[in-house]
Design a protein around this ligand. Structure first.
Ligand SMILES: NC(=O)c1ccc[n+]([C@@H]2O[C@H](COP(=O)([O-])OP(=O)(O)OC[C@H]3O[C@@H](n4cnc5c(N)ncnc54)[C@H](O)[C@@H]3O)[C@@H](O)[C@H]2O)c1
Length: 432
């Protein structure tokens, strides 16, 4: 394939050299003439292990060259990858001016061209940037003609190991609405040993931010755990060695699905105990300290969503902190219901496990003594709940949640705090 790579920094140089190694015919483009001269002389403009050797092979073999001319590069390519910088402004805002300028220059180079060019944004940009900034810039450049397809393809390499990361990334991620662009990129990355993931443009843009935010969170989480270990006399390396052995709950998909706030008898209590122990010995744990306020923000979001409907009769499915349990201790749904009662809402609740617990079991005392005002709001069927409710609040992924969603009429306003999990479960059941 004939490929042009715009921006010969870390990402662009590695991308250009690796695609040339894979057998593609590659032209690198940079506004910095010095970088262009260096690449043409098979010298690496960035320090990256193995890159100088690779450039020597692919430049020497005639599969990679560089230019400062966008027009020349576009004329020699079927696909253009944009790898220019997207720095942060002093206030943190993303600066996409270079992406816009590059888009305009690519667009201008397309004016005389008949066959479509596939333009692929590889730089890291926030969701919506491709549609709001790159596409208009390309169209400004072309003068309105649209002989192009657009896709995003975020890069997941790390400096220092970028050559091996390029050939073995976690996945090849492509966001685009055009199947032809997706097929072309599948072909471009044929030699890369990773699953090919085709999704929407905004999803692909956001996955990169979710990944980088998570990586940053992992570093700070681990360092704070290590600080707590040091202060409390535990061996941080041994703690994390054992922690990492748990591939079921710790290093896994567990707790990484969008949903509602956490609760229960352990997580909030144990976090508070750890934070208290650190506080009394003056150890600062800012990330861990931010967790409970973040959880409370999720509960407020739920309350605000219900109040925003401006309806009073509310039906809630799920009161325990998760489906399949009757444990109400620190359930975020109890907190939500209490707040809504305080705001004058008329509530009914359906949770069969809690209803059972009212009749027997260890939680009976808790229900009778701690939350009698809530216990009296329990109802016994989906029908009774829906007959009362103007607003249906889904708080768990139980069978009753799925039944209530199926039986709800168009007049019911549905607020799914599980963020679609209950609806997905309902349609999965319907399909089987
Ligand atoms: N560095 C990394 O490890 C890494 C990893 C993944 C993603 N990213 C993202 O990839 C993007 C590029 O990062 P980088 O570190 O390679 O940037 P960089 O600053 O090293 O390189 C950008 C290059 O683009 C060139 N350039 C600027 N305007 C141009 C134009 N109009 N036409 C052609 N070239 C132009 C610059 O001269 C520079 O050489 C950023 O969005 C970054 O966030 C970086």
């Amino acid at each position: 394939m004939r490929v042009s790579v715009f921006g010969l920094g870390y990402v662009g140089c590695v991308t250009a050299a690796c695609l040339a190694k894979a057998g593609h015919e590659v032209v690198g483009v940079d506004i910095n003439a010095e970088k262009v001269t260096m690449v043409n002389a098979a010298r690496s403009p960035v320090v990256e292990p193995g890159l100088a050797e690779l450039l020597a092979t692919v430049v020497g073999g005639g599969r990679l060259r560089a230019t400062t001319s966008s027009e020349e590069a576009v004329a020699a390519s079927d696909v253009s990858l944009i790898c220019v910088g997207t720095p942060g402004r002093p206030n943190g805002q993303l600066d996409v001016d270079t992406v816009v300028r590059t888009g305009q220059r690519i667009g201008e180079s397309l004016r005389k061209r008949a066959e479509p060019l596939t333009v692929v944004l590889r730089s890291t940009v926030l969701p919506g940037t491709t549609e709001r900034c790159l596409v208009p810039a390309l169209l400004t450049g072309t003068g309105g003609r649209a002989a192009m397809r657009v896709a995003v393809n975020p890069e997941f390499m790390r400096e220092g190991t970028s050559l091996s990361d390029f050939s073995r990334p976690p996945f090849t991620l492509v966001g685009c609405g055009d199947p032809a662009a997706a097929s072309l990129l599948r072909l471009l990355y044929e030699g890369v040993g990773a699953p090919f993931v085709h999704t929407s443009i905004r999803t692909a843009e956001m996955v990169k931010y979710a990944a980088n935010a998570f990586h940053a969170l992992k570093v700070c989480f681990t360092n704070e755990v290590a600080d707590a270990c040091a202060a409390l006399g535990a061996d941080a390396h041994e703690v994390m060695r054992v922690f990492l052995m748990d591939k079921k709950l710790n290093v896994s998909e567990a707790y990484l699905r969008p949903g509602f706030a956490f609760g229960g008898s352990c997580l909030p209590k144990d976090l508070r105990a750890l934070l208290h122990a650190a506080r009394v010995i003056d150890v600062s744990l800012p990330v861990l300290s931010a967790i409970l306020p973040s959880n409370e923000a999720q509960m407020r979001r739920g309350v605000e969503a219900v109040l925003a409907t401006r309806r009073q009769r509310i039906g809630v499915v799920g009161l325990a902190f998760k489906a399949g349990t009757d444990d109400l201790r620190e359930s975020p749904m109890v907190a939500l219901v209490e707040t809504l009662i305080g705001k004058g809402c008329d509530i009914r609740i359906l949770d069969r496990n809690v209803s059972m617990a009212r009749l027997m079991g260890a939680n009976r005392r808790y229900i009778e003594e701690e939350i009698p005002h809530i216990a009296s709001l329990m109802c016994s069927s989906v029908e009774a709940l829906l007959a009362h409710a103007q607003v249906l609040v889904i708080g768990n992924t139980s069978d009753d949640a799925a039944l209530a969603l199926t039986a709800a009429s168009p007049e019911h306003v549905v607020i799914d705090l599980t963020r679609g999990a209950a609806r997905r479960a309902a349609s999965a059941r319907a399909a089987t």
